[in-house]
Design a protein. Structure first.
Length: 247
């Protein structure tokens, strides 16, 4: 994972706010390369080890409800590149046609198997494919859909200097997303004006203080939070799809 030259960045990213974070990351090129090598190797190993679980989950999804096994959606990653994120489907087929674009707690559209997958974050397993391809990393800002990236401030654009991640400090720490979206009259407006800025504070601090070892620590903390059924993680990561429907 090597940073592009400043002049090669997309025009919308070339501002003074982004330049400050760019200069910080430029001094950590070795760590960024190590991060990519680590992510690639570990993702391949995990995909091989989890292949039996992958197959069993796919079968369970097909038996439980009609529809595709995988949920795919266009998100934004490093340098504003569009990619398709992969997840196991946790909601009924065509869920967006029988309800809102927001996923709330105890949403009736979530399938029986989907509830179990979300509880233990098993629906995220297919993102190992995204990591191997290079569109994502284990740790990084959670990938947003296009319409929310369009709302980014100049400083928020700095999060696009690195690949999107499966987990992050924001995912662990932020705990009010579900509550705010569940009670909001306008979920989009609430997300853009209240939730996104708060999550971005964590994401930007993570870039400012980036280190490969801190990424490893974040991965372990994420695993620990899932095992403990930590409410902080469940309220945030489990509802990352709240801002755009996850079938």
């Amino acid at each position: 994972m090597i940073l592009k030259k400043w002049d090669d960045l997309p025009q919308e990213m070339k501002n003074e706010e982004v330049k400050r974070y760019y200069d910080i990351l430029r001094t950590k090129k070795a760590s960024l390369v190590a991060k990519r090598i680590f992510d690639f190797i570990i993702a391949i190993i995990m995909l091989i080890v989890l292949l039996p679980a992958f197959i069993l989950i796919a079968i369970a999804i097909k038996i439980d409800s009609e529809g595709p096994v995988m949920f795919r959606q266009v998100r934004i990653t490093q340098y504003g590149k569009e990619f398709r994120i992969y997840k196991f489907r946790t909601m009924i087929n065509n869920a967006d046609k029988v309800g809102t674009q927001v996923t709330t707690k105890d949403d009736v559209r979530i399938t029986r198997v989907g509830k179990l997958l979300r509880k233990f974050r098993l629906d995220e397993i297919p993102q190992l494919i995204n990591i191997i391809i290079g569109d994502m990393a284990f740790v990084g800002t959670r990938p947003e859909v296009i319409k929310y990236v369009d709302k980014y401030t100049d400083e928020m654009m700095a999060t696009l200097l690195l690949p999107a991640g499966v987990t992050s400090e924001a995912s662990i720490q932020y705990k009010d997303e579900e509550l705010l979206l569940a009670t909001a009259k306008d979920a989009d407006d609430t997300y853009v004006k209240e939730i996104l800025p708060q999550k971005m504070k964590y994401n930007l601090i993570s870039i400012e203080k980036y280190s490969f070892l801190k990424d490893i620590k974040t991965m372990f903390r994420t695993v620990g939070a899932v095992i403990r059924k930590d409410n902080r993680l469940e309220n945030n990561i489990n509802n990352e799809e709240s801002k755009e429907i996850n079938y």
